[in-house]
Design a protein around this ligand. Structure first.
Ligand SMILES: *Cc1c(COP(=O)(O)O)cnc(C)c1O
Length: 369
């Protein structure tokens, strides 16, 4: 706490990202990065920016396109929407932060709604923008009941698939929420960070539901977490609202390298279909092995599994895996303190993870015999 801080800075409770260790080689299954490299075409696009012009990197002298035209056109083509229905930003975290600022208000008596178990950045953005919120408990099996969101509110946000559970909501249930909230002119934000791994996007419904904003990222399915590109799809008025917030903050949030690489990545669907299928196959295999070991495994449509050991507490299993060089994510929160979120790695990384689980669980059973 510093005397130089204003009241806002003093009262914030910032998000704590998963560990990015620098000291030793871990098998990193803790931040839902993709284990496969990005499309070679994305890397080529970066090289082209660097080697352009009379002297290498000439265009880096210049500010990037504030409109992100090429990138937004690639997104529009991919999702079959129009250019003015797309917003691009510096990671979907930034897009989400802008969306909270643009659509969720501190001056309404009604709180926004999101699940009690969900992406832990939402309460942080609510705090930053002074938006009152109410959490809705997910069911015992961690599924979301869409009917819980058919109530007057300041707006609604959740990820589909949900994080960190991996649970998927079908499009028709999401659109019921959109329809209800539209009647009161409230925005529904669906954070589709993991949709490529097992949920159907509702981006195609934005014409019918002008209050629906879907948020997407290249960090997970496109293997480009280091590039920082995210985007939103919604009707033109919502996109304009996001632009108003962005242009009151920083007009150039997506740099030249990122715009070029992200556009190339979005066009290379063939490459990413391959890596996504490998991640899904590894997830299903790991889920079945863990199930046989007696773990509780929540059905996942994402690139991670949410699991509970039959014998070990969450913190214990986390520590035992860490000792074996495997990093996963533990959330010290009510209802989920005994669960771990395990990002899906390469087949080899998953073999190492599963071998460690077998060894740990075996040792635990021997101790009680
Ligand atoms: C990873 C994640 C994001 C953030 O993605 P970035 O584009 O890397 O900022 C947003 N929402 C959810 C639910 C995520 O898991």
């Amino acid at each position: 706490m510093s005397n130089y801080w204003n009241t806002r800075t003093k009262t914030l409770s910032p998000y704590v990202p998963g560990e990015q260790p620098r000291d030793r080689q871990f098998i990193k299954l803790n931040t839902n990065e993709n284990p496969y490299p990005p499309s070679p075409k994305a890397l080529e696009a970066i090289r082209a920016v660097i080697s352009d012009g009379i002297s290498a990197g000439a265009s880096l002298r210049l500010y990037p396109d504030p409109e992100c035209r090429e990138l937004r056109e690639a997104i529009a083509a991919r999702y079959k929407v129009t250019y003015d229905q797309v917003f691009a930003g510096n990671g979907s975290d930034e897009v989400l932060a802008f969306a909270f600022g643009a659509f969720f208000s501190s001056d309404t008596a009604l709180p926004i709604l999101f699940p009690d178990i969900t992406y832990s950045f939402y309460p942080v953005y609510a705090g930053l923008w002074d938006v009152p919120f109410r959490t809705i408990p997910v069911k015992e099996d961690f599924s979301i009941d869409y009917k819980d969101y058919l109530i007057p509110a300041g707006g609604v946000i959740f990820p589909n698939p949900n994080a960190p559970t991996g649970r998927v909501l079908p499009p028709d249930e999401i659109l019921r929420i959109a329809a209800y909230q539209e009647k009161q002119k409230r925005v529904l934000i669906v954070d589709e960070a993991y949709a490529a791994f097992g949920a159907r996007s509702v981006a195609g419904a934005i014409e019918e539901y002008p209050n629906l904003l879907t948020v997407h990222t290249l960090s997970k399915s496109a293997s480009l977490a280091g590039l920082r590109v995210g985007f939103a799809i919604g009707n033109g008025a919502l996109i304009e609202g996001l632009c108003r917030i962005r242009d009151s903050f920083n007009s150039y949030t997506v740099d030249r390298l990122a715009q070029a690489a992200a556009a190339a990545a979005l066009r290379d669907t063939a490459y990413y279909d391959g890596t996504t299928q490998k991640v899904i196959a590894a997830r299903e295999l790991a889920a079945s092995v863990l199930g046989k070991l007696g773990f509780t495994v929540i059905p996942s449509g994402a690139n991670f599994l949410f699991i509970r050991s039959p014998k070990k507490s969450g913190p214990d299993l986390f520590a035992l895996l860490r000792e074996r060089g495997i990093l996963v994510r533990h959330f010290n929160k009510p209802r989920i303190a005994d669960f771990l979120r395990v990002s899906i790695g390469t087949d080899k990384e998953m073999d190492a993870f599963l071998a460690a689980c077998i060894e740990i669980e075996d040792a635990a059973s021997r101790r009680f015999q």
